[in-house]
Design a protein around this ligand. Sequence first.
Ligand code: BTN
Length: 326
Amino acid sequence: MSQLEVLKLLADGRNHSREKIIESFGLPSSLLSEYIKNFGNLGLDLVVDCKKSYRLSRPIEFLDTNKILSPLCDSMTQKIYRLEIFQELESTNSYLLDTFVPKARRLSVCLAEYQSSGRGRFGRKWSAPFGGSLCISMGWVFDEKPENLSALSLSAAVVVRQVIGDLTNCYPMIKWPNDLVWKDKKLGGILTESSPKKDGSLYVVVGIGINLSMNSAWLSKVCDWPEGATDLSSISSGEPLKNLLASRLIEGIYTMLESYSRTGFSSHIDDFASANYLKGRKVSLLGEGSDLSGVVASVDSDGSLLLETKTGSHRIVAGEVSLRAS
Ligand code: BTN
């Protein structure tokens, strides 16, 4: 019995006796102890009862290709060039960027239960325990660089907000450019990366991380926001929705990418404006030598943030700066 099989057995969050696991799967006791130790390295929270039984403090819904694909209509599944699920990977974004490029007008998709080097914006880390977040990246080729590439992440955030809201009835706000926020806490983030190709086309990877179910120790260490982070299990009914979420995101992000060369950010600007977490808030630009601060007025048609400062209006382009709300 492999480590993964033991984990799948424990995924229901119920008590499982050590003796039974060893007996029914013919597993050497030392190997089970090794697996249990590794679970800690993967960030799993195992409740051990006098070394006699084990229980995962939070059940895991495993990623499942069939459950992701079955809600999609045939024409959508045909648009998927490749869908790969990993139990463990350095980073789904890095994987897609480094491995294969999808055919034109088709989407490549990569998901992982655990990322050992998950990446966030500005070189930050993105970490989550095994199975505790949705880590999904989608790759797409534009025939040529779209006019307004810097706003693509904002459009992606609008899609993610809509998908989460439709499934849970809780519509997160968006902190410019593309963080998902619920009651001042970070619920998820997006990392969009691109790689120009020799033929003039542009390969873009949209990576989305959404906190699903983490204990409070994890939530307090995954994000440096003053109010910290939250997860979907804390804000909605707790129904398993990882696979459904992945399915809807694939559909939504595909639709956005497919039309982005024609419409750019214009079809998402109104939705962004009504979900703009920073509107009316005082913000400061982060970075060496920068002392600009002001009140957020709105977001412009190219996705830049319009800031009212003592010295007048300033336009801040997505991807160039990091902000702190005060
Ligand atoms: C951020 O908030 O700074 C962006 C976080 C993006 C995390 C996702 S998880 C899936 C994909 N793979 C990565 O390594 N990062 C993105």
